[in-house]
Structures are given as structure tokens and as C-alpha cells.
Design a binder for this molecule. Structure first.
Ligand code: MHO
Length: 213
């Protein structure tokens, strides 16, 4: 079961990519997500050998449903970008734009934030270049904790980077999106009643709990 609408890509570095995968996964307009390494120059980075790259989330979004500006808003609201903490390159605050329109929007939002933060921003903006997908065990990290659910839905490792359903569940299971939104789309997600009940239980348990890494 997949969603076939025209999408655009957006790429953000905003700390540990597990929580960002969940944050965006159940956001309306996000069609697919994958986590990986980007923004550096070293070849073939891995989690244990990340080189000068940064953990990033790559989004396929439907621009008719969510705008790049709205995604930038989520970027600023959901990570550490100031001078208060010393960040490793791995967790660099980073916007990688995919076209001129994104570049202009990113720079405008950066400028506005810089004023609000008295010039204390650490965020970098650069053109999206090579993206190296992270190892399978990092993809949809929260969802993968629910092995029986994944198995019953056929969400094996080959689907983790491409499945709309996997992106949604990876958010809902930790409470992102909320119950009302889940009920609105559950019919389209293709879950049976038992699977839907399971997700509802987890969503309820975790709603408002905040994302951890
Ligand atoms: N606390 C986690 C962070 C992982 S994140 C993908 C760990 O040390 O494994 O950077």
C-alpha cells in the first residue's frame, strides 16, 4: 500500500535522526522519510565512521499539503541550534536545500531567526549533495521496536526507506500526529482492526510524551 503523488525532497540535520524520523513521519504532507549522512566530504560514511558528515533526515513531501516554509518552521521548533551547547559535527544544525526556491526560503528563515537569537545561530545552509542512507537498523527506528506489528504488515528492511505506511506508523507509535489525525487516515493506511487497535494503544500511551533519543 503506497501513496503515489508528486513529491519534493527536503533535507535537515537537527540532531539524532531517530526522533526526527518520527517527528516528520506522522506530519501531514510527509509521504516518505529516510535517515542518513550528508553535508560532508568523506566517502561512504557509516554510523561508526561518520567522517565529517552529519545525521540528516531526508523527506519526500507533497508540496500541495505541506509547504517548505512549514517544514522550516518545524525545523526551528524542534532542535538545538544556538550557541548554548557544543555540538559535534554529527549533530550539526543543517539545512540542505534542493533548489533555488528552497535556498531563498531557508536563508530568509535563517535571517529572521538570527535576529531573534542575537546572531547566536550555529545553523549552516548548503546545497544538498551526496546523501548516504544510514544502516537499516536506523531507519524507522521506533517502528522497528514493534517487531510483531512490522512482521504482520510485511514491513521488512526492504520497505523501511520507501513505505508511506512505515513513515506514518513510526510517528504515530510514539504519539506524533495525535489520535484524531490517526482516526482520519486509518482507513487509508490499510491496517486491520487488530493492528489499528495496537497502534491506538501505543499512541495513547505516548501522546505528549516528547521524542527521545
Ligand atoms: N543515544 C543514541 C543516539 C543515537 S543517534 C542515531 C546512541 O548513542 O546510540 O545519534
Amino acid at each position: 500500500h503506497d501513496v503515489d503523488v508528486p513529491t519534493k525532497k527536503a533535507t535537515f540535520g537537527m540532531g539524532c535522526f531517530w526522533s526526527n524520523d518520527s517527528l516528520f513521519g506522522a506530519t501531514n504532507g510527509i509521504i516518505r522519510t529516510r535517515v542518513g549522512y550528508a553535508g560532508g566530504t568523506t566517502k561512504n560514511p557509516h554510523y561508526r565512521n561518520i567522517g565529517d558528515h552529519t545525521e540528516v533526515i531526508e523527506l519526500d513531501y507533497d508540496p500541495k499539503t505541506v509547504t517548505y516554509e512549514e517544514l522550516l518552521d518545524m525545523f526551528w521548533k524542534n532542535h538545538e541550534y544556538g550557541l548554548t551547547t557544543k555540538l559535534k559535527r554529527q549533530y550539526q544544525s543543517l539545512i540542505l536545500y534542493h533548489d533555488e526556491e528552497q535556498r531563498l526560503a531557508a536563508e530568509a528563515s535563517h535571517k529572521a531567526m538570527q535576529i531573534r537569537c542575537n546572531g547566536q545561530l550555529r545553523t549552516e545552509i548548503a546545497s544538498a549533495d551526496a546523501f548516504y542512507p544510514a544502516e537499516d537498523y536506523h531507519q524507522k527506528y521506533r517502528l522497528q521496536g514493534h517487531k510483531d506489528l512490522c512482521r504482520s504488515l510485511g514491513l521488512d528492511s526492504s520497505k523501511l526507506q520507501t513505505s508511506h505506511l512505515a513513515a506514518r506508523l513510526n510517528g504515530y507509535l510514539v504519539g506524533v500526529g495525535g489520535m484524531a489525525q490517526f482516526e482520519q487516515e486509518v482507513g487509508r493506511l490499510g491496517l486491520n482492526e487488530k493492528q489499528a487497535e495496537y497502534v491506538r494503544r501505543e499512541l495513547e500511551r505516548n501522546e505528549g510524551g516528547g521524542l527521545s533519543c
